[in-house]
Design a protein. Structure first.
Length: 106
C-alpha cells in the first residue's frame, strides 16, 4: 500500500488472516468471501496504523484485537443487515405515530 508517500510494502506485519471457519454458518448460503476480504483488510489497516503510531512513540490508535468469535458475531450482524436491505419496510404502528398524524397503509 502506497499513499501520500507512505510505503508499507516492506513493512512486516504480524497478521494472520481469518479464514472461512470463522464465518457465521447459515443454511444454504455460500461462504461470504467479500466479508472475509473486508475484515482481513481491516486487520491489515489497523495493524499498519498502529505501527505508524508506535513509530512516533504514540499508543495504538486501534488497541483492539479481533478474535474468531468476535468476527463470527460481526459476520452474523452483516448477514442480518444485508438480508433486511431489500426487505419491505413494515408500516409504522399507530401507537408510534407522531401526535396529530394518522398512519395509512402504504
Amino acid at each position: 500500500m502506497t499513499s501520500y508517500g507512505l510505503d508499507t510494502s516492506r513493512c512486516v506485519l504480524r497478521v494472520t488472516p481469518f479464514t472461512r471457519d470463522v464465518l457465521y454458518p447459515h443454511a444454504g448460503a455460500a461462504p461470504d468471501e467479500n466479508f472475509l476480504e473486508w475484515i482481513n483488510a481491516w486487520i491489515v489497516l489497523t495493524a499498519t496504523i498502529n505501527e505508524v503510531a508506535r513509530s512516533m512513540g504514540q499508543p495504538d490508535v486501534y488497541p483492539f484485537v479481533l478474535n474468531g468469535p468476535a468476527v463470527t458475531k460481526l459476520h452474523f450482524v452483516s448477514t442480518v443487515v444485508a438480508a433486511r436491505q431489500n426487505a419491505p419496510v413494515p408500516p409504522l404502528p399507530e401507537s408510534l405515530a407522531a401526535p396529530g398524524t394518522h398512519v395509512t397503509a402504504g
